[in-house]
Design a protein around this ligand. Structure first.
Ligand SMILES: C[S@@+](CC[C@H](N)C(=O)[O-])C[C@H]1O[C@@H](n2cnc3c(N)ncnc32)[C@H](O)[C@@H]1O
Length: 532
């Protein structure tokens, strides 16, 4: 009798498929056949068989894998037939997919995508477009094949009509000219403005420059400059709100002098920072002066501001729209498809889906993490999909570090739980660093596992206020969402004009917000009553 506590439901076979011979490829996987009529005549049974068409984003199966250690594989498996069936698992072991996972043949235009789940040690196969009756179900193995691709010959004999059909839901941005910058109206998303209007003032005349009061002091003993800068750093005076200013101002006009920026003047604290005794003779009495509030965005503004205090030149503000190339748009399109597949999977299987997944690129390198909302299954109000996926990245980074400092394998996260809704978020690396996730150095400061610097978050539902704030703290680069959540979202909603945390005055990080275009508002299974 089955043990109710096993995770057997993580692995399933949809019984939508059958195994049959595929021309030039050996055995392959095809759609199931249905007997539509049977007749008996003169000792023979005549059977009419129709093969089912399969809709895009149908989960075909979730196959458990057998894992071989690197040593075991290089000594034994590599020298057997297994070598035609195994592939590299994210941690370096070699995997053999059970179920029918090892029988999907390769195609340059696959109709099935797969995602790897390291926690449940399974691979899920999902159709990535509509599959016609009798069409073989194929995946993409990668660019380095160890056999002659039977399709290469078959393709030349295909009719134009057949080719056209096979491309129904292909990435519209894929193909040549990946470096071409796309015009704004051809992008697959609309941008939300995250720069407050007041921050858009260019400040090109002396009156328009906004200022803040700071404590500064003149350096009396220049030999102590390095020691003074170390003290500033060590006592926590290097705060974000002064990052747009240089620490030292040199004035050449007689009398030439150097001054040190100490701290922001606070209305509730009218005393300057106290200087340590060994440095007290190196500085004059602190005084209050006015400096620019923001970095300079133009050269004219830079000149005016630097006359007050040396200011950083920063023509672009974080979160402001950057040009997108065709290649980047193709990457985002694929990521959104992976996200939709995962959402469909969660919806069709409810509790049977693990909350996290790691996605690899063709070369087997880790490029994305996927997580679901687990509020219901964990009875925990904070397990929103966005928070889960941030945590997933942090768990993975922590496991990489523990691996590099200890020979014992990292223990799996205690949070490997089941999803209960179709609400999903996925984090994917930005195209500029899409090759793999690099483990951080071992000497990591506490909390840095959570940093998403340079990464893009894709999410079905617009993140709520709490999740948006978490993303801000995590320094995410950009957020792409499919379904606006006008009542509860924190990223500007459907128009971009709703509540938008990164647009608030004074926040210390802004990220880009991209609303995916062409999303069917009534898309099946999307729960719009949840906060996400
Ligand atoms: C993972 S197995 C797939 C199942 C295999 N066809 C069978 O009968 O067991 C991989 C092997 O299938 C064959 N194969 C897969 N895709 C092919 C293709 N596009 N053209 C020719 N052979 C292919 C190759 O022999 C390859 O080593």
């Amino acid at each position: 009798m089955a043990d109710d506590n096993t995770n057997a439901t993580l692995f399933f076979h949809g019984r939508r498929c059958r195994v049959a011979t595929s021309k030039g490829k050996g055995r392959g996987v095809f759609g199931a056949r249905t007997v539509v009529s049977a007749a008996y005549t003169e000792g023979l049974t005549a059977i009419d068989i129709a093969t089912d068409a399969i809709a895009a984003r149908t989960v075909l199966e979730s196959s458990p894998v057998l894992l071989f250690t690197e040593e075991e594989y290089s000594k034994h498996g590599k020298h057997t037939l297994l070598d035609h069936y195994t592939f590299k698992w994210p941690d370096g072991r070699m995997a053999l997919a059970l179920g029918w996972g090892s029988l999907y043949n390769h195609s340059e235009t696959p109709n099935v995508s797969f995602s790897i789940n390291t926690s449940s040690e399974a691979i899920t196969y999902t159709t990535c477009r509509d599959v016609a009756p009798d069409e073989e179900l194929c995946i993409f193995y990668g660019h380095q094949l160890w056999f002659d691709n039977a399709d290469a010959v078959a393709c030349t004999s295909q009719t134009g009509q057949e080719n056209g059909d096979a491309n129904i839901s292909q990435n519209p941005f894929a193909g040549s000219n990946s470096t071409e910058v796309l015009p704004e109206d051809e992008l697959p998303f609309a941008r939300t403005n995250v720069i407050p209007d007041e921050d858009r003032i260019i400040e090109e005349d002396a009156e328009s420059i906004r200022k803040i009061k700071v404590w500064a002091a003149d350096i009396l003993d220049k030999r102590k400059t390095a020691a003074l800068l170390t003290w500033i750093k060590e006592c926590g005076l290097e705060t974000n709100d002064l990052q747009h200013l240089k620490r030292i101002r040199h004035t050449k006009d007689p009398p030439s002098k150097s001054s040190l920026l100490l701290d922001k003047f606070r209305d509730d604290l009218h005393v300057p920072p106290s200087v340590p005794e060994d440095l007290s003779l190196a500085l004059s009495e602190p005084y209050i002066t006015e400096v620019p509030l923001f970095a300079a965005q133009t050269f004219t503004s830079l000149q005016l501001k630097t006359a007050l205090w040396p200011t950083v030149y920063s023509p672009k503000r974080t979160g402001e729209g950057e040009p997108w190339t065709r290649g980047q748009a193709a990457w985002a399109w694929d990521a959104v498809n992976v996200l939709r597949d995962a959402a469909t999977q969660a919806q069709s299987d409810g509790e049977a889906i693990p909350y996290d997944e790691d996605v690899q690129n063709e070369s087997g390198m880790l490029t994305s993490f996927i997580a679901h909302d687990t509020r219901e299954s964990m009875s925990h109000p904070l397990r929103h999909s966005v928070l889960n996926v941030v945590r997933r990245v942090a768990d993975w980074r922590a496991s990489q570090i523990s691996k590099s400092i200890s020979p014992t394998p990292a223990t799996p996260s205690s949070d490997m739980q089941l999803a209960s809704t179709s609400e999903i978020s996925a984090i994917s690396s930005a195209i500029s660093s899409a090759t793999s996730f690099t483990p951080p150095p071992v000497t990591q400061r506490n909390g840095m596992h959570y940093l998403l610097t340079g990464l893009t978050l894709f999410t079905t539902h617009e993140p709520c206020l709490m999740c948006t704030m978490a993303l801000l703290h995590s320094r995410v680069r950009e957020v792409v969402f499919l379904y606006p959540m006008d009542a509860t979202g924190g990223c500007g909603g459907s128009t971009g004009l709703g509540t938008c945390v990164p647009r608030l005055k004074g926040v210390n990080h802004r990220f880009s917000i991209l609303r995916w275009k062409g999303v069917d508002e009534d898309e099946a299974g999307v729960d719009r009553t949840l906060d996400a």
